[in-house]
Design a protein around this ligand. Structure first.
Ligand SMILES: CC(C)(COP(=O)(O)OP(=O)(O)OC[C@H]1O[C@@H](n2cnc3c(N)ncnc32)[C@H](O)[C@@H]1OP(=O)(O)O)[C@@H](O)C(=O)NCCC(=O)NCCS
Length: 182
């Protein structure tokens, strides 16, 4: 199901199609991607795990009625899924309990880096969330992940330094976008 379209992208739900499951495995089994996501915890090691991952994503997004979730970023010209964009409440100091702070995030296959897709996808999802009345959206980045911090800056986010409020106290570079702009 399509959530939003942009000039070059369709933001849609991940499906159980063979091509989506293969793509999810290809993305979430790679060190170039997973090293930046919780230090590699949750790396897929078997293609069979992709369907379980999609199911877990669905279960997590269901209570919000589709407001939060992790969606496929499909490139309209090629039909290829470049990766994922996500929007969700940040998990707090215990690592699981959702806080009131909303996170935007992006995970692209390396073959889709360098086209502006992460920024384009995130920009539209952030606008959608701001339209619900949310005043601030955060991005949290593992120190050293320069490409991700560049996405934050392209989105116009402000760097507020390293914080340990979320993800079980993990230290993360924190960016915030305010609506309306400060
Ligand atoms: C973080 C990540 C999404 C960044 O991807 P990215 O492709 O660098 O970011 P964008 O999609 O915003 O693309 C920007 C690049 O596309 C280029 N670009 C090309 N055509 C463009 C266009 N039409 N519009 C905008 N940018 C364009 C930009 O110049 C920029 O290139 P540069 O890096 O050489 O300066 C990607 O590296 C990734 O998935 N990493 C692994 C997972 C990860 O770290 N996730 C974040 C966890 S916090």
């Amino acid at each position: 199901m399509t959530v939003v379209t942009t000039d070059r992208l369709v933001i849609r739900e991940w499906t159980d199609s063979p091509s989506d499951l293969a793509r999810i495995f290809d993305i979430y089994s790679r060190d170039e991607v997973m090293r930046w996501l919780g230090g590699g915890a949750g790396t897929l090691t078997d293609p069979e795990q992709a369907a379980e991952r999609v199911q877990a994503w669905r279960e997590r997004s269901a209570p919000s009625g589709g407001r939060y979730g992790i969606w496929a970023i499909e490139v309209r010209d090629s039909g290829q899924a470049a990766g994922s964009v996500l929007l969700k409440p940040l998990p707090g100091a215990d690592g699981t309990t959702p806080t009131d702070d909303i996170e935007v995030g992006w995970h692209l296959h390396p073959d889709s880096w360098g086209h502006g897709y992460a920024t384009e996808a995130a920009r539209t999802m952030v606008a959608r969330e701001f339209a619900t009345g949310t005043r601030e959206i955060y991005a949290v980045v593992t120190p050293g992940n320069d490409r991700s911090m560049a996405v934050c800056r392209r989105l116009g986010m402000t760097h507020v330094g390293r914080r340990t409020d979320w993800y079980g106290g993990t230290e993360v570079e924190t960016f915030v976008l305010e609506h309306p702009p400060a």
